[in-house]
Design a protein around this ligand. Sequence first.
Ligand code: PGH
Length: 249
Amino acid sequence: MARKFFVGGNFKMNGSQKAIKVIVDDLNNAKLDGSNEVVIAPPALYLTQVRDTIQAPVEVAAQNAYFKNSGAFTGEISPEQIKDAGIPWVILGHSERRSLFGDTEEVVADKVKAALDQGLKVIACIGETLEEREKGVTNDVCQKQLGAIAKVLEEKDWANIVVAYEPVWAIGTGKVATKDQAQEVHADLRKWLASTVSQSVADATRIIYGGSVNGKNCGDLGAAADIDGFLVGGASLKPEFIDIARTKK
Ligand SMILES: O=C(COP(=O)(O)O)NO
């Protein structure tokens, strides 16, 4: 089954109107052919700027959303508001949300459900810490995190989900997972989807890798059978993101 290669750019809390204009102009001038699915996630303040200026075949994602659609939740943005702003994607469960802002497995699941209920498409992030990898429980941890999300979904929901495996020890460290390390986890997750949800969901769901992806390592990683794309952090702010967006499977 051919899965459309997916390249996401997570700008995190970086950028300014000016800097983001440069990134959008570069993407607009890059003549991307749309063969890969490309999504960029600026900080929330700049979502509508990117929405209004991107002409390239690139969609926009919010970096987070709450699990309620309105109310006394100072500082939060809701899936309904993201939808209202014409933003089709949202990243949920990023390890920084989990470790720094207290997003538990249950909160991430509630956020995924609330986003899907509003018709948003979701990049759902999972991944183990260095300690968990060294203890040999990587697959258990990833299955548990994805299982918490699967528990609140119906089979049809998976059509709007991209799973991002982002080992915490590779995020922002320059210590990219080897192709074999990433492939092993992706293959295990695909097997887990087949046994837990269905073979068709396992075959169709894009499982993308994130953690120190750059223009030099994207080709090798992208060649792995079960790596269906990337969620790029630091390099999404640099011109090399265009090279990553052009990765040929
Ligand atoms: O967190 C990441 C990856 O970040 P880096 O590419 O900077 O490791 N993606 O969401």
